[in-house]
Design a protein around this ligand. Structure first.
Ligand code: DHE
Length: 514
């Protein structure tokens, strides 16, 4: 009898036992996403990398798979409970904090054995007017001839490319980064990938040094700035990012400051901005700046010099999302509450002004231009249907331009009188506002594909045409005549996001984000 009861209770326990997410992961997922969950042929499955893919949305991806990728549907293999268990497992933090050292970065480097560097462009198109279209829907980049809009090549990228690709100063090579920290080097002249390396586990963006020798990779995980040699993607330096008091900090973004021969880092977790020299003759960069005349309170002034010397600039609270003035003397950063812009003068190394920018300003998408002898800058807001226009001489607010919803990207070009401003969220996400740079009035609202997200504009080298994304899986890039605002071409693309013209990028055209 006792034996019977024991057997029955064992049976009941087995029948009622919740599915084991870890075991399902090892069985079904690890071959593509790696035992470590750091990613393999599939992306990393750790909370830091999942972003907005949580709960029901994550379970839906496991259930249905992802169209046009290698992610299959598990509907027929796993029950809803098993899918929920594995989703919960990948959403939980790793038992031990992930490690990604310089050695592991170096070991991930894979150069393309088929790559042969061409001695001249293998196409007849103007190499300065090439435009890249990032197609996030199936992880590819299309290489467009900026005059004929013919697709010269379409190459595969790592999953989830984010931020602007960065071009070498001569426009020949481009570097692309994915949220999983992969950096890919592509030779535009040869239309071939050169190689790739994984610089971080969860990365934010990349920046190119003014001399084209170094590429910096900002990461959340680990909390590092990785500096690669652009030549062969080898690791030049991995800087652990820790505040003055030793607190580790994620790097929100790294920016290239060509006029200063440096990288500027936005730090997420400590009230500091870092400047890292890309000039071997730099310095001394004063690091510690705490000094008081009270007895015993004086602290020594540390100094670094030479290549990759680091300077700390103290700010009152962590700042994100930077916009720079021409010459890179000042930056504007957004405070965490998303209500204020803070101006930091990089020459003197301190905050000099603040301005009201309520509604989550997206300073990284800011642009600037000259109007009546004044340099103005315009910034969209992620939470408000408005664009703030600021006079960069005295940081005063010139105007708030109302739009039909919150926007993400702003673009213009020296060769056009207009700013193109999208609406990224809400019922009007299909609208593109055309704003006159002189009157600051919305002169037209384009709705090329009602109901579909229409976002991100890039211009051709001469500013004659504006390329806009229909940001959908069965999307397109629409080419508009930038003067008449008429559609002239429609190129089918798979969820196209950002577009990047070689000339506009390497000349730091005013109308483009850098
Ligand atoms: Fe981006 C650029 C940060 C969400 C598409 N985004 C940038 C840059 C930063 C940034 C710091 C500038 C880097 C550069 O180009 O060197 N982005 C952030 C965020 O903090 C935010 C709000 C949240 C996050 O998850 O990271 C965010 N970004 C998004 C998206 O959801 C977008 C729309 C879709 C996607 O692909 O993830 C998106 N971000 C982009 C694009 C650029 C970008 C296309 C480059 C714009 C350009 O013209 O240069």
């Amino acid at each position: 009898m006792i034996r019977l009861i024991v057997s029955f209770s064992l049976l009941a326990t087995t029948a009622l036992a919740a599915p084991d997410g870890a075991m399902i992961y090892a069985d079904q997922c690890a071959s593509c996403h790696a035992e470590t969950r750091f990613g393999g042929t599939g992306p990393a499955l750790i909370p830091e990398s999942l972003g907005r893919l949580k709960g029901d949305r994550l379970e839906a991806v496991i259930t249905d798979g992802r169209a046009m990728t290698q992610m299959p549907s598990f509907k027929a293999t796993l029950s809803p409970d098993e899918i929920a268990a594995v989703a919960a497992y990948v959403s939980a933090p790793l038992a031990t904090p992930p490690v990604w050292t310089a050695e592991e970065i170096a070991a991930s480097r894979a150069m393309n054995p088929d790559y042969v560097a061409a001695t001249a462009p293998v196409f007849t198109a103007d190499p300065m007017n090439i435009t890249l279209v990032v197609e996030t829907g199936d992880s590819h980049i299309s290489v467009l001839d900026g005059d004929t809009f013919a697709v010269l090549d379409r190459f595969e990228t790592p999953f989830a490319v984010h931020g602007g690709p960065k071009f070498s100063p001569d426009g020949r090579y481009v570097f692309v980064m994915s949220r999983d920290g992969w950096v890919q080097k592509y030779d535009i002249w040869s239309l071939h990938e050169v190689g790739r390396i994984r610089a971080g586990l969860n990365s934010r963006n990349i920046a190119m040094s003014a001399d084209g020798k170094w590429l910096a990779v900002a990461s959340y995980l680990p909390e590092t700035l990785t500096i690669l040699s652009t030549d062969d993607l080898s690791v030049a330096r991995v800087m652990e990012v820790k505040g003055r008091k030793g607190t580790p900090s994620r790097v929100s973004a790294v920016y290239q400051a060509p006029d200063r021969n440096s990288f500027i880092l936005a730090l997420k977790d400590v009230p500091e901005i870092w400047e890292v020299a890309t000039d071997p003759n730099a310095g001394p960069y004063h690091d510690g700046f705490v000094h008081s005349h009270e007895a015993g309170m004086e602290e020594s002034l540390e100094a670094e010099q030479g290549l990759f010397a680091r300077r700390r600039i103290d700010v009152s609270a962590p700042l994100d999302d930077f916009f720079f003035d021409p010459g890179y003397h000042n930056l504007i950063g957004a405070n965490r509450a998303g209500e204020t812009g803070v101006v930091v003068n990089l020459d003197v190394g301190r905050e000099i002004a603040s301005l009201p920018l309520p509604g989550m300003p997206h300073l990284g998408s800011g642009i600037s231009w000259m109007r009546g002898g004044h340099r103005l800058m315009a910034v969209p807001h992620l939470n408000e249907g408005q664009i703030s226009v600021i006079d960069m001489a005295d940081w005063s607010l010139v105007k708030i331009i109302k739009t039909s919803g919150p926007g993400f990207f702003l673009r213009s070009h020296d060769g056009t009188p207009y700013i193109w401003a999208d609406v990224f969220t809400g019922p009007n996400k299909g609208q593109m506002h055309i704003i006159d740079k002189e009157t600051l009035e919305v002169v037209k609202v384009l709705t090329p594909e009602p109901g579909k997200t229409v976002a991100h504009t890039e211009f051709t080298k001469d500013g004659r045409y504006a390329l806009v994304s229909i940001w959908e899986q069965d999307g397109a890039v629409i080419v508009f005549d930038a003067a008449t605002l008429e559609e002239v071409r429609r190129l089918p693309m798979v969820k196209p996001s950002g577009k990047y013209n070689v000339w506009n990028k390497i000349t730091f055209e005013d109308g483009t984000s850098h």
